[in-house]
Design a protein. Structure first.
Length: 365
């Protein structure tokens, strides 16, 4: 962690559990102006780690017979996904990103496409409605035909899943997830923020936007409606380890549902890398160390990685308060940065005492 801080991350903290033993640590600062240190128990915007929570909630409704995993989404949301798309795209395709629906984020933040961070500031206190973000995704060119052998990561899918939960339960999706996933897991510091401000001890969160913001700007105050049921959760590293331990032990969804969640396919992430993705779960295989399940996450200024070995005996959850630190070359590709290597080394130590886990690098929201 000290090496990650020295490489350029203001603050990094996390928790590792190995065979019943727990280690918590932190390095660096929560605030670059005051020098306030980070601590392992801080709350954090965990970004797309939220998708595992949303997927678990959907699978609970599958178990109750209210949702058919391979049923068309148009049966439930004909107003949001009308016509042929609604008939072709299934709930499973939304969960594993094979729907062909593109991500809406680039359209909600259009200035980023012309190398300007203006949209980040314009949307800081904006309250998006899920339907308007979904509409942006559906209006954009599709990434492929529904149900293809590979997927393309898209937040549009998980906003639709949130609307699906609300339609079948009659309860706002965030409320359902809180009652039936977060509370079932016994999490005390995890929840959906209702506005731009965070409760409890937390770090400032610095966004570099691939060099567009220099110095990086603090976006710890930010309305989370731009990601909703796809990436809005706030949690602690202790809570994330607790959640994934119970999920993989069959205590959040049934063993049969978990088996469905662990059926993976190749999915192209927003940063261009390929991950093995199931239904709201990544699979990361580390040679000589085992197979890990979990998710990474990114919000503006906040990054998270949470992975649990399939036997449940080794867990790692790490948070850091700088995002998109890599400058881009003339072709738009991220340039290497010392932070990348430092994080890879940290993950290796945490997951299996030094193994190379570079493929577990966090991606975009």
């Amino acid at each position: 962690m000290d090496a990650v801080h020295r490489a350029g991350i203001p603050g990094v903290y996390g928790e590792v559990r190995v065979d019943g033993r727990t280690w918590r640590g932190a390095s660096g600062v929560a605030d670059v102006t005051t020098g306030r240190p980070v601590s392992p128990d801080m709350r954090h915007r965990v970004g797309s780690v939220t998708k595992t929570f949303t997927a678990a909630a959907v699978m609970q409704q599958v178990e109750r017979g209210r949702i058919r995993l391979d049923g068309p989404i148009g049966d439930h949301l004909p107003d949001l996904v009308p016509g042929e798309r609604g008939r072709k795209i299934t709930v499973r395709m939304l969960l594993n990103h094979t729907s062909g629906l593109p991500d809406y984020v680039r359209y909600a933040f259009p200035s980023l496409a012309v190398n300007s961070p203006q949209s980040l500031d314009d949307n800081q206190f904006r309250r998006f409605r899920p339907a308007e973000l979904i509409e942006l995704g559906l209006a954009a060119p599709p990434t492929g035909e529904p149900g293809g052998p590979t997927g393309v990561y898209s937040n549009t899918n998980y906003l639709l899943l949130g609307q699906l939960l609300e339609r079948v339960t009659g309860t706002p999706a965030e409320e359902y997830i809180t009652r039936h996933v977060i509370r079932r897991a016994g999490l005390r510091h995890t929840g959906f923020p209702t506005g731009p401000y965070l409760d409890g001890p937390h770090a400032r969160m610095y966004e570099a936007a691939h060099g567009l913001l220099d110095p990086p700007r603090d976006y710890s105050v930010y309305d989370p409606s731009w990601v909703g049921t796809g990436a809005a959760l706030v949690s602690t590293m202790d809570d994330l380890n607790r959640f994934y331990a119970k999920l993989l032990d069959g205590r959040i969804v049934s063993r049969a549902s978990l088996a469905q969640m662990q059926r993976t396919i190749p999915v192209r992430a927003l940063d261009g890398t390929t991950v093995q993705y199931g239904l709201g779960l990544h699979r990361v295989t580390v040679p000589d160390c085992g197979t890990f399940w979990g998710h990474d996450g990114s919000a503006w200024g906040a990054g998270t990685m949470s992975l649990t070995r399939d036997d449940g005996k080794r867990q790692m959850s790490v948070a850091f308060n700088l995002q998109r630190w890599n400058a881009r070359d003339a072709s738009g590709n991220p340039l290497p940065h010392p932070i990348d290597d430092a994080l890879s080394t940290l993950y290796g130590e945490a997951m299996c005492d030094g193994a190379d886990t570079a493929r577990a690098q966090p991606s975009t929201p």
